[in-house]
Design a protein around this ligand. Structure first.
Ligand code: ADP
Length: 613
């Protein structure tokens, strides 16, 4: 049918509620029942009932429509609401049920798909009390915070028999990589660019690994932290994609939200597959996203799409076999640490640090919580004078500052005058060893996740050819959502204390040391793997001390005679096999961290095989 054929044909007629548009400043907000009629050219609404239609109360010319999308249930505390954005107005319509809502959105979108003015982004919330309920932006005219169907369903099977909608204008030049911000960022140093989540940039110059010079859509140039942005188009930029989180973490996240239809997509414990986790009536359901023979993605056999974002967009409008349609992703966590506190910033001005209370007292001195420039939470390690080779450490720390991984404590910089302050990311839930001891009866899945996090950080260090040298539960911290972070990497080399550094010393961590370290002081990633095996043992034994009743000389003869720690009571034999492989006599026979990760993943796949609907 051509666009202007049968212009008056009534495609759809239904009674629904219309929210007053507030065009007149003094009118109060109300909801009136109207008969809505969709024709190829207009959306009309009338008084009366579908059977006995009254006076026409208004029309929207479809050619002027820019967005047709669902509205979050919490925007007006009304379910099944959808929006039709045209010119500078938004018409909010409240359907009577989910099916009606999806059908109307779909039907109007179909009639508007050729519009030249379709927007690429929209607000799933409403502008109430001087801000958008969805993204809290206080600018009413601010660009939407979520992609519209224009961007996401252009090739899907749903529309295969229809012409494609016009492509949105490409606002960015093609000179560099185009990226999208995952988080908002407040520039710190002059030359840094401030931005909001969802903003887009072109990368102009990549300087090192962690900061780059970029230009935003308004032509402003400045430095941005690389880990705050992702290349446009990948799953990583989707606010609902949570990557490698495990089933129970996903469940906790969704249940905490207490909002019907909250959902996320995560990598499944089965290699290569993805899982959709969805909250319905307080219970989380998990669905495998499968691929058909054409490599199209599907959850139910009837709805297949070339990409996962298209699949998700479809199920936002239609439950299509799910317990409910997808509504919103969980609210995002706090921003990740940047590498350094500004681009090229390494030396930190001591006067800019406000010290808070003491959070620990370690080998090198006191550790305090602090704030940098009053806003950024940090941990401050105040090194005891003469406890470390300061110059060597400062040189090395310049390298360590560039390490960046979600399971490594981020080093921000140093105050290099004595007493040296080492400034790092603040990790709120303290030392892993204390955590294990306090909460002995942790679920097996939580313990597996802890060792998985540590292995991920260590695989990263291994890929950088960096040796930790003092890996143990006491040198790991527990962050938000039980994310474990490895700290103190490489620090032991700078300690000035023979009792700590020499294998005969009383403070030398011999119980974590591989035979070649004890014998020849030979450290490598394979001696880190040995220590990792001991850390696994600490984790699965609920924070017990390894070889508890032995002194250092007895541990050495125990190990050298080929004996190893026994399996902790509740530990699965598959996990214990990994530990024992970490303790193989010959370093070359021990697995790499990459292999440990693969083996943990396949074990998790077996042990915690997801139950899917
Ligand atoms: P040292 O290396 O000098 O022995 P640690 O690094 O073990 O000191 O720190 C001592 C304690 O301080 C830790 O057990 C932990 O409770 C606390 N702590 C250290 N670093 C941080 C941090 N970045 N965030 C939160 N707490 C920390």
């Amino acid at each position: 049918m051509s666009y202007f054929d049968n212009a008056d044909k009534e495609l759809k007629v239904d009674s629904m509620f219309k929210r007053s548009q507030g065009k007149k400043k003094l009118s109060t907000i109300n909801y009136k029942e109207r008969v809505f009629v969709l024709t190829p050219k207009q959306l009309q609404y009338y008084e009366g009932t579908p059977q006995k239609r009254g006076k026409m109360k208004g029309t929207v010319d479809l050619i002027k429509v820019k967005v047709v999308e669902a509205v979050d249930d919490n925007a007006f505390d009304k379910q099944y609401c959808f929006q039709v954005v045209y010119q500078e107005y938004t018409l909010y319509i409240i359907a009577n049920n989910e099916e009606q809502q999806s059908e109307w959105i779909y039907a109007i979108q179909e009639e508007c798909r050729k519009n030249k003015t379709l927007l690429s982004y929209y607000h799933p919330g409403a502008f109430i009390g001087n801000q958008w309920t969805c993204c809290h932006n206080t600018d009413k005219q601010a660009m939407g915070c979520q992609k519209t169907f224009v961007n996401t369903v252009s090739n899907s099977q749903v529309f295969l028999d229809k012409p494609l909608p016009p492509l949105p204008p490409t606002p960015l030049e093609n000179e560099g990589l185009n990226v999208v911000a995952l988080y908002s960022f407040q520039g710190i140093e002059s030359g840094d660019l401030s931005f909001s989540k969802g903003d887009e940039f072109t990368i102009l110059i990549s300087e090192g690994e962690h900061w780059c010079l970029a230009r935003d859509r308004n032509g402003q140039k400045g430095y941005i932290p690389v880990n705050y942005v992702r290349e446009k188009g990948g799953l990583d930029t989707e606010c609902w994609y949570f990557g490698d989180i495990m089933r129970h973490v996903a469940e906790d996240k969704l249940i905490k939200e207490q909002k019907e239809g909250t959902f996320l997509v995560r990598n499944s414990s089965k290699d290569g597959l993805m899982t959709l986790s969805l909250l319905h009536a307080g219970v989380v359901k998990h669905y495998h996203i499968k691929q058909d023979e054409n490599k199209f993605y599907k959850i139910s056999p009837r709805h297949c799409f070339p990409t996962i974002p298209e699949l998700i967009e479809y199920h936002k409008l239609n439950s299509g076999g799910l317990v409910t349609r997808l509504r919103q992703p969980p609210s995002s966590d706090t921003n990740p640490p940047t590498v350094g506190l500004g681009h090229g910033k390494w030396e930190i001005d001591r006067s800019e640090i406000n010290l808070g209370h003491e959070i620990g007292n370690g080998q090198f001195g006191r550790v305090c919580k602090g704030w940098w420039r009053g806003t950024t939470e940090v941990a401050v390690k105040m090194m005891k004078p003469n406890s470390m080779s300061e110059d060597d450490f400062i040189e090395e720390a310049k390298v360590m500052q560039h390490f960046h991984h979600p399971n490594l404590v981020q080093l921000y910089g140093v105050c290099s005058q004595t007493p040296i302050y080492i400034i790092t990311e603040f990790v709120p839930n303290g030392c892993l060893l204390t955590f294990l001891r306090k909460q002995r009866s942790q679920k097996l899945s939580v313990l597996c996740e802890i060792v998985f996090h540590v292995a991920s950080a260590m695989a990263y260090l291994e890929s950088k050819n960096f040796i930790h040298r003092d890996l143990a539960a006491r040198n790991c911290l527990v962050g938000m959502n039980l994310v474990v972070k490895v700290c103190d990497f490489g620090l032991s080399r700078f300690v000035i204390d023979d009792e700590y550094t020499a294998s005969e010393g009383t403070k030398f961590p011999i119980k974590w040391a591989a035979p070649e370290v004890i014998m020849y002081n030979r450290f490598s990633s394979k001696s880190d793997i040995w220590a990792y095996g001991i850390l696994m043992w600490e984790v699965f034994s609920g924070g017990m001390s390894p070889y508890a009743s032995y002194g250092n000389p007895q541990v050495v003869s125990y190990i050298m005679s080929g004996k190893r720690l026994k399996k902790p009571e509740s530990c699965r034999s598959g996990i214990y096999t990994i530990m024992k492989d970490c303790w193989l006599e010959c370093p070359d026979h021990r697995p790499s961290f990459g292999i440990v990760i693969r083996r943990l993943k396949s074990l998790l796949g077996e042990d915690y095989a997801d139950a899917f609907d």
